[in-house]
Ligand binder design. Structure first.
Ligand SMILES: [Zn+2]
Length: 224
């Protein structure tokens, strides 16, 4: 994501993160200006539009195409996103060093998942992080930092693996930060899950199956 906005190095300090956030805001402003200009014809593909309108009618998805969203709201969301990404980057190193034992990792995931949901802070290596960000990194490690739908592994220039945590029930609909609500996916499958036609969802014996745009997927959510 950082590369998309021209940020080549991994942010290490608070001011690095602030620079990323400023750059994001700049991009959002440019985008908003462009969508207003007559020269720029912003068009979504027909299929995407039909998904958005269906979702808005159903009023249940976290991915509304919300024209009412203000610049400040978009900025706040981008800032929150950048902050969470940064926390997870910081946590990655300590997680890789500390949890070399699968049983210890599984126990820690259970311990964190058993706590009530919320944005409470926890201390890792004497620094404060959001519990949910720590848990996401642990779940990604447990599932091998690879897509649970296609097994793809994306290697970054610094050697780390890149993968995304996807909420089955979105956070905005009170979906929980718990292993049984999280899929670890590559960016393509994350978007397929969020925007595709989702049918036949089934949880059975720790396995979650779903049909997305006519293709079946089945994954283990527990790994214990
Ligand atoms: Zn994938």
């Amino acid at each position: 994501m950082l590369e998309y906005i021209g940020y080549k190095k991994v942010p290490k300090t608070k001011s690095d993160v602030e620079n990323v956030v400023l750059k994001l805001k700049e991009l959002i402003d440019i985008f908003l200006e462009l969508t207003k200009s007559e020269k720029f014809q912003f068009k979504l593909p027909e299929s995407a539009l039909s998904i958005f309108s269906k979702e808005q009618t159903a009023n249940k998805s976290s991915h509304h195409f919300d024209k009412e969203k203000s610049n400040d709201q978009i900025f706040e969301e981008a800032k929150e996103y950048a902050k969470n990404e940064f926390e997870q980057l910081q946590l990655l190193q300590s997680v890789n060093e500390e949890f070399t034992d699968a049983k210890k990792l599984a126990d820690k995931i259970q311990e964190l998942a058993a706590k009530d949901d919320g944005d409470e802070m926890i201390t890792v290596n004497s620094k404060q992080y959001k519990r949910s960000n720590y848990l996401m990194v642990l779940i990604k490690k447990q599932r091998g930092y690879q897509c649970q739908f296609c097994d793809v592994k994306i290697r970054k220039a610094n050697g780390d693996l890149y993968v995304e945590a996807c909420h089955i029930e979105p956070k905005k609909s009170k979906g929980k930060d718990k292993p049984d609500n999280i899929l670890v996916l590559c960016p393509n499958h994350h978007k397929l899950f969020d925007y595709g036609k989702r049918e036949n969802e089934l949880f059975k014996n720790g396995t979650y199956s779903v049909k997305l745009n006519e293709e079946m997927f089945s994954v283990n959510l527990f790994w214990l």
